[in-house]
Ligand binder design. Sequence first.
Ligand code: SAM
Length: 221
Amino acid sequence: MSANLAPQIVEQLDPVDGPAFQRLTGCTDAQLADLTRFQALLTEWNEVMNLVGPATLPTYWNRHAWDSAQLLKLAPDARTWADLGAGAGLPGVVLAILLKGTPGAKIHLVESMTKRCKFLRAVADALDLPVEIHNARAEELDLKVEIVTARACAPMVRLLGYAQPYLKRGATAWFLKGQDVASELAEAATYWKFESDLRPSLSDPRGQIVQVKGLKSVRKV
Ligand SMILES: C[S@@+](CC[C@H](N)C(=O)[O-])C[C@H]1O[C@@H](n2cnc3c(N)ncnc32)[C@H](O)[C@@H]1O
């Protein structure tokens, strides 16, 4: 698949395997092969370090690949991304696979745990991905990107603090959130002023993808 994933995406829940994911996204055979290799690396490394819940691996294509890939539908023209708390490479590695070969594509994988960065480096080298890996705390970096994203990194009240430097430099935030998003947003609103826009997740019937704009601190978290 080339630069524009979004126009080809047909909305449908739960791709159960690689071919179903390919039908859903229109990804190329090469991208499908990379995603399959990523699944194998995730499974192999998960034996020796805690990357994802083992029970989620059988549903990799929906829970991890499609959950991550759906972000490209929201920002089809974005080329530069920062994934805060990338951990196992979700969503950042999936985005990098789907944007590989697109001129200007660069995905910053920001992860504070050194051993998880080792995994991300191994994946990036094996798949020759357009990524930069930062073994750092997200809020300490000063990166200029179009989109800042995160999945399961921190509750919204703290995530906004991590994302603030990126938003200040012009990024748009799209965060993958679960069923607790309403209470997370209510808590965050006592510390921050911001506008949010929620879209239903295409991979998780209880999930939401939250856009955040106009972030200002009201009081210290
Ligand atoms: C629960 S894991 C989720 C990883 C991945 N995004 C996923 O969905 O599988 C959260 C990750 O965020 C990292 N993390 C938490 N706070 C961070 C921060 N301030 N800067 C960078 N990484 C952070 C943790 O080390 C951990 O790897």
